[in-house]
Every structure is written in structure tokens, then in C-alpha cells.
Design a protein around this ligand. Structure first.
Ligand code: G1P
Ligand code: ZN
Length: 539
């Protein structure tokens, strides 16, 4: 039976860079999740007769959230849900299913790379029929309606068994429980030369993939071990756990230090990769070698000819403003357009849909292409393996040759976490005001060329977005400041620094960027305002 439940708004359901993210316990409050889902339904003109892809990264509250969602979709008249077996679905696999089945969109229950568990975070990502997250105009509307909500609809039917593949019905809505992996594999087989990759592993090539106890374990085991023939046990931490075994499932130098240490040890494999909680981020490592995400995007772009899906040419590339300019150097050399967009994958979607770009990426360990409308962790690893298979070169060789050709752009991101929101906001407004006065000033040996907010005019829909403050130096170095939009409490100030070098490729990154970091801290008065003398996370 369909019930109408009276409710009251919480008032804080604003979606950020990666959907709605909150503490798990906040999401578990009475009617909290339900309010948000009903607000999404209301904002998109209802779900009557519509079909959605549904799944999550397996974190705490995933199973309960999916049952609530099913009952609400049924009560609101949805036609059908395609749900991953056991409620599992990686973000890229979900995006593929939306496009393949031409559904009205999809819901992924994940707080991405944020920790999970009862004391961690939970999240909801909503994608529309493009297969990507919706533009700000829609998230604003959802937020508005969530502040006015008075009731929601839900079926009182029993929980649905999601353990068996097949069809079921609840109220008038059809449910199809599907294998969340097979369509994803089919998609990847169309992009890459799987035989070449099989031969690579046959030749004795060794790899380690760290699923960080999150959603990509089953995907990676099937793809790398079962299909491509990587040695059994190559995929580690392969079982999705509700609390990710206590890990912070963000594949970077800090949160996946285990993998980094392994790759710098005597036991290191030829290659290693890791993915985040919901499978859209990636980290790339070679034997005793780390590739920055900005370099990775540039290297993939310069080697697109080794992947069947791209070998006949790509439209163009895009990067977020905070990502290093490495990929734009490649684009320039290859006569391709290079778009620079605000942080957040949704800004790439319009560029893909209008055939302006094929490849894109962010410094935050996200790389992808127009095969779907989300970044794709396993795709990035297969791309690297394709280059290695075709060239016979190691990760380090490929990267060093890239630097020889284009110069090296030293890059690092410094995060100041747990700041008081009002302190962080004030720091940014005051800094913005000060920017024009910085022009031509010298700081610690660096001369400022220009300092201004980053403003993006979307060439497709004409919208304007302001995101972050940028200081450009005369030698090509750059400092970008922005506040994170994915935290579940407090504020995080991100300071992104890059500095190019044409000849010296063997400096320590932190050392190379030391004076720029000092400048960044001085200019924004970070220590005085936040009490922090150094960043909490460097990656
Ligand atoms: C972070 C990253 C950003 C990414 C987003 C979602 O957002 O910086 O590149 O798109 O997560 O994965 P932020 O917390 O900086 O707003
Ligand atoms: Zn993610």
C-alpha cells in the first residue's frame, strides 16, 4: 500500500561537488534520507513512468537506503529500477548502464572517497539521462524544495531480496536485479584491446590493484585476474566492507600509503593502481615511481593512439582549473582544444555531449573519457596498461620521456582541513579583494603576473561559474585556492601549486614548491587566520 508520510524539512540538504554528502548518522535520522529523495523526485517533475539505475558502494546504510529508495520510487509511480545485485554498483558502471539502457537517470549511494561506517559518511549521487551529475540549476532546485518539504510517499511493502538476479515487482513498479559487472566489462572490451592486455600478463608482467575494501574489488578481480590473466591475488582488499575496514578509501599518497610503500619496496610489482570507494578515482604507480594525476592525464592524451577506441583521433581535452597545465601542453602540440573548467565532473559533461572533448581529468585522481559521463578508475588503469603493452616501456620510462618532450610540471595540493566555515569564507573573500593589488609584486623570488578569480563561461549552456582564486607567476608557476565542496562538516581550504621546469626532472616536489607554498600562506594569511602552520594533507 502507498503511504503519505508527513515530514519536516531539515534545511541542510545542499548538494556539493559530488552529490549530497553527510555523516552516516545524519543520513540515518528519521525521514532525512526520505526527505532528500522526495525533493529530488519533486524537482525533476516526479518519477511517474520513469526508469532508473540504482546501486551503491556497499558502505554502511547502503542496504537500508536502497530498500527505502525502492519503496519510495514505487510509491511515486516509477516504471522500473535496474538494481545491482546485493545493491552494489560502482559510479562508472552506473553511468554506463544509464547510457546503455537509455534510462531517465540513476542514483548511486556513496560518499565516494570519504570514509564509511557508522561514524563515517554516506552520500547520494543523482545522475540524469546524460549519465552524469546534474547541473547546479537542478541541485539548487532540489535544495530549495528540500527546505519546503511537508510529505513524502512510500510503499509499506516488505523489503526486496536483492541477492538473486532476475525480475520482481513492488506496487506497479518493476525491479530488475542485474549483474553490475558484466555490462561494464562489455563496455571496456569495446574500448581496449583485451588480447594485447592478455599477452602483457602472459609475458609475466606483474601488477597490484588495491580496491581499498570498497566497490571495485569484484570488478577488478573479474577484469584483471579472471579475464586478463593477472596472477591470482593481484587484486588486494577486494571485498567491499561496510566500513572499508577502517580505510579512508581515497587512492592517493596519504590515504593509500600502504600501496605506495609496497611499490617503493623490493617486492614491488611492475605496475600498481588503486581506486576509491565508488570506483571513479584512480592512482597510478610504477616500480618505485608515482605518477601525478595531472601528468597521468597528459600522458594518456599523448598516447591515445594505443587505444582502439581513440586511435582515429580525439575531439579535445579538458581539465579542471586546479589541475596542472601539463595536458594543455600536449593538446597544444597536437593541435587539440584544451578546455579549463571549474572543479567537479559535471562541467565536463556538456563538453562531451557537444563533441568538444574526448578525454578529461582532475588533479584529485579522476580521469575519464566520453565513454561515460563520470570519471572511471578501472578505465584509467586499462589505458595505462595499453600504453605499456604497446610500447614495452615501464611507467617510469613513459613518464620521464614525457617530461623530456614537454618539460615537467611539479605539482602538489595542500589541504587545510577542519576549518571554521566562517573563517574559511572570510579568508576567501578578503583574498579575492586583495588580488588586484598583487599584480607585479615579488614574493620569495617569484613575480606575480596576474591574480584573479577563476570564472568559467560554459560554451554550451552559456552559464557562468566562479570557482577558486588563481595567482599566475611570470615563470609559469601557479597557485590556486578554493574551498572544498564535498566535506560533510567544517571547511577545507585547498591550495594547489604548480611550477614548471624544462630541464631538471629530479627535484623533490615539496622542496621545489617550498617558496610558492610559503607565498601562498603569506598572501592568504593562512596561519594567522586558521592557526595552522602547515597543511594537514599534502598530495
Ligand atoms: C573533490 C575534488 C574534485 C572532485 C570531487 C568529487 O571536490 O577536489 O576534484 O570532483 O571531490 O570527487 P572538493 O572537495 O574539492 O570540492
Ligand atoms: Zn569517487
Amino acid at each position: 500500500m502507498i503511504q503519505t508520510i508527513k515530514t519536516q524539512p531539515y534545511g541542510d540538504q545542499k548538494m556539493g561537488t559530488g552529490g549530497l554528502r553527510k555523516k552516516t548518522k545524519v543520513m540515518m535520522q528519521e525521514n532525512y534520507f526520505e526527505n532528500f529523495i522526495q525533493s529530488v523526485f519533486n524537482a525533476i517533475g516526479g518519477v511517474k513512468g520513469k526508469t532508473y539505475v540504482v546501486g551503491g558502494d556497499g558502505r554502511c546504510f547502503n542496504a537500508e537506503a536502497i530498500q527505502k529508495f525502492i519503496k519510495m520510487a514505487a510509491a511515486n509511480g516509477a516504471k522500473k529500477l535496474l538494481i545491482g545485485q546485493n545493491g552494489y554498483m560502482s559510479t562508472p558502471a552506473g553511468s554506463n548502464l544509464i547510457l546503455k539502457n537509455k534510462t531517465n537517470g540513476g542514483f548511486t549511494f556513496s560518499a565516494s572517497h570519504n570514509p564509511g561506517g557508522i561514524n563515517g559518511d554516506f552520500g547520494v549521487k543523482y545522475a540524469n539521462e546524460t549519465g552524469g551529475q546534474v547541473p547546479t540549476s537542478i541541485t539548487d532546485k532540489i535544495y530549495q524544495l528540500s527546505k519546503e518539504i511537508t510529505e513524502y510517499k512510500i510503499s509499506d511493502a516488505a523489503d526486496v531480496d536483492l541477492s538473486q538476479i532476475g525480475f520482481q515487482k513492488i506496487e506497479d513498479m518493476e525491479i530488475e536485479v542485474i549483474d553490475p559487472i558484466s555490462d561494464y566489462v562489455t563496455m571496456l572490451e569495446k574500448i581496449f584491446d583485451f588480447n594485447a592486455l592478455k599477452n602483457l600478463f602472459k609475458s609475466g608482467f606483474s601488477m597490484r590493484f588495491d580496491a581499498m575494501n570498497a566497490i571495485t574489488g569484484p570488478y577488478a578481480t573479474r577484469i584483471f585476474e579472471d579475464i586478463l590473466g593477472a596472477k591470482q591475488g593481484s587484486v588486494i582488499r577486494a571485498t567491499p566492507l561496510p566500513d572499508f575496514g577502517g580505510l579512508h578509501p581515497d587512492p592517493n599518497l596519504v590515504y593509500d600509503k600502504d600501496l605506495v610503500d609496497f611499490m617503493y619496496s623490493a617486492q614491488a610489482t611492475d605496475f600498481a593502481g588503486a581506486n576509491d570507494g565508488d570506483g571513479d578515482r584512480n592512482m597510478i604507480l610504477g616500480r618505485h615511481f608515482f605518477v601525478t594525476p595531472s601528468d597521468s592525464l597528459a600522458i594518456l592524451t599523448d598516447n591515445y593512439q594505443y587505444v582502439p577506441a581513440y586511435k582515429n583521433g580525439i575531439y579535445g581535452v579538458a581539465k579542471s582549473a586546479a589541475t596542472s597545465t601539463a595536458v594543455c601542453r600536449v593538446a597544444q602540440a597536437r593541435n587539440l582544444p584544451c578546455y579549463v573548467v571549474p572543479t567537479g565532473w559535471k562541467y565536463f559533461v556538456n563538453l562531451m555531449d557537444s563533441n568538444r572533448i574526448t578525454l578529461c581529468g582532475e588533479e584529485s585522481f579522476g580521469t575519464g573519457s566520453s565513454h561515460i559521463r563520470e570519471k572511471d578508475g578501472i578505465w584509467a588503469i586499462l589505458f595505462w596498461l595499453s600504453i605499456i603493452a604497446a610500447t614495452g616501456k615501464s611507467v617510469e620510462q613513459i613518464t620521464r620521456e614525457h617530461w623530456e618532450k614537454y618539460g615537467r610540471i611539479y605539482y602538489m595540493r595542500f589541504d587545510f582541513e577542519g576549518l571554521d566555515t566562517s573563517v574559511a569564507d572570510k579568508l576567501m573573500t578578503d583574498l579575492e579583494e586583495k588580488l588586484p593589488s598583487l599584480k607585479d609584486k615579488y614574493f620569495n623570488g617569484y613575480e606575480i603576473q596576474n591574480a584573479a578569480p577563476f570564472v568559467y563561461n560554459d560554451p554550451v549552456d552559456g552559464s557562468t561559474t566562479k570557482n577558486g582564486l588563481v595567482i599566475d607567476f611570470k615563470d609559469g608557476s601557479k597557485i590556486t585556492y578554493r574551498l572544498s565542496g564535498t566535506g560533510s562538516s567544517g571547511a577545507t581550504l585547498r591550495v594547489y601549486i604548480e611550477s614548471p621546469d624544462k630541464t631538471n626532472f629530479n627535484q623533490d616536489t615539496q622542496q621545489k614548491l617550498q617558496n610558492l607554498l610559503k607565498t601562498a600562506m603569506e598572501v592568504a594569511e593562512i596561519s594567522i587566520r586558521t592557526g595552522k602552520t602547515k597543511a594537514d594533507v599534502n598530495t
